[in-house]
Design a binder for this molecule. Structure first.
Ligand code: SF4
Length: 754
C-alpha cells in the first residue's frame, strides 16, 4: 500500500464547491488534510468539514464484497463473476419480458463523484433503459426548467467582483455553492462600496453579514420577490437599453408588475415595505449584481415561480453578460441532460425536466398495476430511501420491484432493500471528478487521482459497467481490437479511428464510455483508466469552444487541441484552468429560439397573477409550525459521512425553535420534543434560538443514518427528515418537494436540564 508522506493533491467531496485539498496518507488512512493553494479555484480555502474525511474512507459500513439477497431476507457474499452474471441476467429478464424502459436508473453521483454515472449510460443503453432520476430532481429541476425557457443556458453568479450580492433562500456560510464562500462574504460585508442582500426566513450566519436582510415569512418568498420586481418597474429602475437589445416581451410583463401592490405583498411576506423598496432600489441602481438562489426557495411553495422571479430581478436590471453579474460559462461534460423537456413519466405523465423524473413521484410510478410501471431499478451512489420524501413509501416501492441493484461504497438505508449490492471503490480509490460548474470567466476542472488502491473486494464503477455491458452482449473483444491498436499508435490515430468506428457502428456509439474505458483507458497512466471518458468530453469542448480553450493557454486546433486539454487534466491533479471566456460570449450562448432572453413564461405568469387572490393560510391548529426539514449547518454533510462520530458538536442534530415557541411548548434548552407531521412522528432534542421566527422550526440535513456503535449495535442518530415528509407536497410544475415547508406540531417529552 502506497503511503503519501509528501502532500498529495486531491479534492473535497462534501459539497459542490469541491475545494482543492492536499493530504498525507498512511496505511490506507488520510492522516493530514489541508487546503491546496495550488488549486486555481479554491486557492487553499476550505471550511471545517473535510478535516474528518478519513471517516468517509474508513468506516464500519464500507462494503467489501458483492452481496446477494437470500430467500430469508439476509445478504450473502458472492464473487464478482457470479454477481455480474446474475445481475445482468436478472435485468435482461425484465428487458425481455417487459421492455428495458421498465428499468429505472437513480443516482449516478453525489458531491464529488460523477464518473460512475457517466459510465452508467453505457449499461442503460445496453438494456434499453429510458428513465432516470437523481437528487437534482428534488432540488433544482424547477430552476432548470425556468432557465431553459428564459436562457436555454445556465447563468452563474460572479460574486468575486460584484457590487451587490443577493442570496435568496441560501446561506452560503454553511452551504457554500461558490468558491471561497466565507472569504468572499467577509470581503463584501467589509467593503462600504458593496452590499449584500439576504432573503431568508431564518437569521442565518450570512444574514448577519448582510446590509439588507429581509426576514421573509416561511413560504411567502414569491410575494416578496414579486414586490421587489414591482418596485423596479414602478420606480423605473429598469435597464431599458438592455431589454431592448436582448429581450422582446417586456411590454407584456410590465403591466402585470405595475399592478402589484408593493405594501400589501410585502406585508404578506412579513417584511416592512420600506425594506422591500430599499433592497430593490439597491439592485436597480447598482453597476453590477450577482444573484444565487437555493433550496430555501426551491423546496418551498411556489418554488418554480420563485426561480422565475429571482431571474427577472437581474434580467430586468440588465445584470447579465458583464463582470460581476450573471454569465454563461463553458462546461466540460454535462451534469444536466440536454434532451427535450417534453417527455412525461410513463405512469403518471409527470413532466420530465433535464431528463429527470421528479423524485417525489417515483413510488407512484412503481406502486400501481399500470402496465407501464417500473419493474426494476439500478441505484448508483444514491440513497433515495433516506434522501427522498416519504421514506416509508420509498421502502415499500423498492420492495415491490422485481429486482433492485445497488452500486455503492457503503451499506446504506437503500442498499438494505436491494436484491444485489455491487460494492464500489471509494472516491479516493480511483480517478474521479465532478461536472459541477467550474467558474466564470475561468473554468477550472480538477481530475483527482487515486490516493489508494481499490479496497479488496470492490471495483470502480467504470469497471462494473464495462463488465455488465460485456455480460449483456453489448460488445465483444473483437469489436474493440482496431481501436485498441489505434490507441497504441497515439492520439491522432486514435481520434481518427474512434470517429470512423463510432460512425459505422451505432451499437458501439451507444456504449461509447465503456468503449473508451476498454481501448484508450489501458494506455493512460497507471490508475487513471477511469479518465478515458473525459477524452471525448475534451474533444467536444475543444471543438465547440476553441477560442476559450486556447485563451487558457492550450495549443493546437481540432483533435490536437482536445488532446492537449485531456493531457492537461491528467498532468494537473490539483486542478487546471481549461477555458477563459470573455463576458460578451454569454449572449452567444443563449440557446433560445431567437437568441434573446425570454421574459415571459406563460404558465408562471398565470401563477404570478394568481398571487393577488391567494388567501393567506389559516392558522392550522393541528400542525401550527412550519418545519424546514434539511437545514445546512456547520456539522452536516449530506449522508457522505455515515459515522456520526464526525459530528463533535450537536451530535443528534437538534430541532431549532424560537424562545417564545419553546416556552409555549414547555421545553427548555436541551429538552426533548415529539415532532409530528401528517406523515410521521419522531422525538428529538431542541436548541432554542432567536434566529428563528415564531412558528418556524428547523431540522438539519443528513441526520438519521443508522450506524453500528462501539458494541456493533446499529443505532439511528438524529432525525431522518424524510420519515416526516410527504411526497404529495410538491411543486405543480417541476414536482420538487416542499421540504422547507412541512406542517408540524410539537409536544414536550420531558423537561430539559436545569
Ligand atoms: S466548502 Fe465544500 S468543498 Fe470546500 S471544504 Fe467545505 S465542504 Fe468541502
Amino acid at each position: 500500500m502506497t503511503n503519501h508522506t509528501e502532500w498529495h493533491s486531491t479534492g473535497c467531496i462534501l459539497c459542490s464547491t469541491n475545494c482543492g485539498l492536499q493530504v498525507q496518507t498512511r496505511e490506507g488512512h488520510l492522516i493530514k488534510i489541508r487546503g491546496d493553494k495550488n488549486n486555481p479555484r479554491s486557492k487553499g480555502y476550505t471550511c471545517e468539514k473535510p478535516a474528518q474525511l478519513d471517516r468517509y474512507q474508513n468506516h464500519a459500513d464500507r462494503l467489501r464484497s458483492p452481496l446477494r439477497r437470500t430467500p430469508d431476507g439476509e445478504f450473502e457474499e458472492i464473487d464478482w463473476d457470479t454477481a455480474i452474471a446474475e445481475v445482468s441476467n436478472r435485468l435482461d429478464q425484465i428487458r425481455q419480458k417487459h421492455g428495458g424502459d421498465k428499468i429505472m436508473y437513480y443516482g449516478g453521483g453525489g458531491q464529488g463523484n460523477h464518473l460512475g454515472g457517466a459510465y452508467s449510460s453505457a449499461t442503460r443503453r445496453a438494456l434499453g433503459m429510458r428513465y432516470q432520476s437523481n437528487a437534482l430532481a428534488q432540488e433544482k429541476t424547477g430552476e432548470f426548467w425556468v432557465e431553459r425557457q428564459m436562457f436555454g443556458a445556465r447563468p452563474e453568479p460572479d460574486f468575486q467582483s460584484t457590487e451587490v450580492a443577493v442570496f435568496i433562500g441560501k446561506n452560503p456560510w454553511h452551504s457554500h455553492g461558490f468558491e471561497r464562500a466565507r472569504v468572499t462574504l467577509r470581503e463584501i460585508s467589509k467593503d462600504p462600496e458593496r452590499s449584500m442582500i439576504v432573503i431568508d426566513p431564518r437569521r442565518t450566519e450570512t444574514a448577519d453579514l448582510a446590509d439588507h436582510f429581509l426576514q421573509v415569512r416561511p413560504g411567502t418568498d414569491a410575494f416578496l420577490l414579486a414586490a421587489m420586481l414591482a418596485v423596479l418597474v414602478q420606480e423605473d429602475l429598469i435597464d431599458h437599453a438592455f431589454l431592448n437589445a436582448h429581450t422582446k416581451t417586456f411590454r407584456d410583463l410590465k403591466p402585470i408588475l405595475e399592478e402589484i401592490d408593493v405594501a400589501a405583498y410585502s406585508k404578506r411576506a412579513g417584511v416592512d415595505p420600506e425594506h422591500t423598496r430599499a433592497a430593490a432600489r439597491r439592485i436597480g441602481r447598482a453597476t453590477s449584481v450577482a444573484v444565487l438562489e437555493d433550496l430555501g426557495i426551491e423546496m418551498a411553495p411556489h418554488s418554480t415561480l420563485n426561480s422565475y422571479l429571482e431571474k427577472l430581478l437581474y434580467v430586468l436590471t440588465g445584470h447579465f453578460g458583464r463582470p460581476g453579474t450573471m454569465n454563461v460559462g463553458t462546461h466540460l461534460g454535462k451534469l444536466i441532460g440536454t434532451g427535450s423537456d417534453n417527455r412525461r413519466s410513463p405512469v403518471g405523465g409527470h413532466r420530465i425536466i433535464t431528463g429527470l423524473i421528479p423524485c417525489n413521484v417515483i413510488p407512484d410510478e412503481i406502486l400501481t398495476d399500470h402496465p407501464n410501471r417500473f419493474r426494476g431499478m439500478i441505484i448508483e451512489s444514491g440513497n433515495p430511501v433516506h434522501s427522498l420524501a416519504d421514506s416509508p413509501r420509498m421502502r415499500e416501492a423498492l420492495d415491490a420491484l422485481d429486482c433492485v441493484i445497488v452500486i455503492d461504497v457503503a451499506m446504506t438505508e437503500t442498499a438494505r432493500h436491494a436484491d444485489y449490492i455491487l460494492p464500489a471503490a471509494s472516491q479516493y480509490e480511483k480517478t474521479e471528478t465532478t461536472f459541477f460548474g467550474g467558474g466564470f470567466p475561468e473554468h477550472v476542472f480538477q481530475l483527482r487521482q487515486p490516493l489508494f488502491e481499490p479496497m479488496p473486494g470492490t471495483l470502480t464503477e467504470p469497471e462494473i459497467h464495462s463488465r455488465l455491458c460485456r455480460a449483456l452482449g453489448a460488445y465483444r473483444d473483437v469489436d474493440l481490437s482496431e481501436l485498441k491498436a489505434a490507441a497504441e499508435e497515439g492520439g491522432e490515430s486514435f481520434a481518427r479511428t474512434f470517429s470512423a468506428t463510432l460512425a459505422e457502428r451505432p451499437n458501439l456509439a451507444a456504449i461509447m464510455p465503456v468503449v473508451l474505458y476498454e481501448t484508450l483507458g489501458p494506455r493512460l497512466p497507471a490508475g487513471q483508466q477511469e479518465a478515458a471518458l473525459l477524452w471525448a468530453a475534451c474533444q467536444q469542448l475543444a471543438a465547440s469552444e476553441e477560442e476559450s480553450v486556447r485563451r487558457a493557454g492550450l495549443d493546437g486546433t481540432g483533435p490536437a487541441l482536445g488532446q492537449a486539454l485531456f493531457e492537461a487534466l491528467l498532468d494537473h491533479p490539483e486542478g487546471v484552468v481549461i477555458s477563459k471566456d470573455v463576458h460578451e460570449v454569454s449572449f452567444q450562448r443563449l440557446q433560445t429560439e431567437d437568441g434573446r432572453i425570454q421574459l415571459v413564461i406563460p404558465e408562471l405568469i398565470e401563477e404570478l397573477q394568481a398571487l393577488a387572490d391567494e388567501a393567506a393560510p389559516s392558522q392550522d391548529d393541528a400542525f401550527p409550525f412550519v418545519l424546514a426539514a434539511g437545514e445546512r449547518r456547520g456539522n452536516t454533510a449530506n449522508t457522505i459521512y455515515r459515522d456520526p462520530a464526525w459530528r463533535r458538536k450537536d451530535p443528534e442534530g437538534a430541532l431549532r425553535i424560537n424562545p417564545r415557541d419553546a416556552a409555549r411548548v414547555g421545553v427548555a434548552p436541551g429538552g426533548r420534543v415529539r415532532i409530528t407531521t401528517k406523515r410521521g412522528a419522531l422525538e428529538t432534542v431542541v436548541e432554542i434560538t432567536d434566529t428563528l421566527q415564531e412558528g418556524h422550526i428547523t431540522l438539519p440535513n443528513g441526520l438519521g443514518l443508522d450506524f453500528p456503535d462501539e458494541r456493533g449495535e446499529r443505532k439511528v442518530c438524529g432525525v431522518p427528515p424524510n420519515e416526516l415528509t410527504s411526497s404529495e407536497d410538491r411543486d405543480p410544475w417541476a414536482g420538487t418537494p416542499w421540504h422547507k415547508h412541512v406542517r408540524a406540531r410539537l409536544e414536550a417529552c420531558e423537561p430539559g436540564p436545569l
